[in-house]
Write a protein that binds this ligand. Structure first.
Ligand SMILES: [Zn+2]
Length: 208
């Protein structure tokens, strides 16, 4: 385990003082659960000090520096192997399955939201293998509808029947060809499919 993660873990253990039995039980529960983080946890990458220094020396404004550092924190793991390694380790150590990001009061500006969304999407675009693996894990823990978005042509784009495994809604990007669900049931095996669907694909369909 990474030294810094280890240090923080030791601080937490010193404060909480769990017994060996408690910690083993807790870890076991955590491992077997789908853990959704809604408080804002998200691993971040370090900023590149040399790049920031050069920007300051060339007269970058406060707004430009703020934007530049946010960009580095949110995307450097996708480009820099060392940052990526730490990023993966942080995910692993946290044991978190998924995070819900809350825009928050300071993030209500549409332009800011679009910029942040673009940074998250950049991360997933650059780490396709990780996305595909994440989808597999979701399926293995029993989630019915898991997608690897932004990978046109990947099998993880389609909606599958959780019961018979057949493709119910084939997709390429945002294009749908067909909906093989009749009266909210799989056309092949009759399993009840969550959601309400039109008979034919419209111009744009939400995913489920
Ligand atoms: Zn089916």
């Amino acid at each position: 385990m990474n030294e810094i993660i280890k240090q923080y873990r030791e601080v937490a253990l010193r404060i909480l003082k769990p017994s060996q039995r408690d910690i083993e039980h807790g870890m076991e529960l955590h491992k077997n659960s789908i853990v959704c983080e809604s408080y804002g946890f998200s691993p971040r990458a370090a900023v590149d000090g040399d790049v920031v220094k050069a920007a300051i020396e060339s007269g970058a404004s406060d707004a430009e520096l703020q934007d530049m550092t946010e960009d580095m924190r949110m995307t450097r793991y996708a480009e820099c192997p060392k940052e990526r390694e730490e990023y993966m380790m942080a995910w692993e150590a946290a044991g978190v399955t998924c995070i819900l990001q809350n825009a928050g009061e300071e993030g209500n500006s549409v332009l800011r939201l679009i910029k942040r969304l673009a940074r998250y999407t950049y991360g997933t675009d650059m780490m396709r293998g990780f996305m595909i693996r994440a989808r597999q894990i979701g399926l293995e823990v029993g989630l019915r509808y898991v997608y690897s978005g932004n990978i046109p042509g990947d099998e993880g784009e389609h909606t599958y029947c959780y019961n018979c495994g057949k493709v119910l809604i084939p997709r390429y990007g945002y294009q749908l060809e067909e909906i093989r669900i009749e009266d909210s049931r799989c056309k092949y095996c009759g399993a009840a499919i969550d959601g309400v669907y039109a008979k034919k694909p419209g111009r744009s369909e939400g995913r489920l």
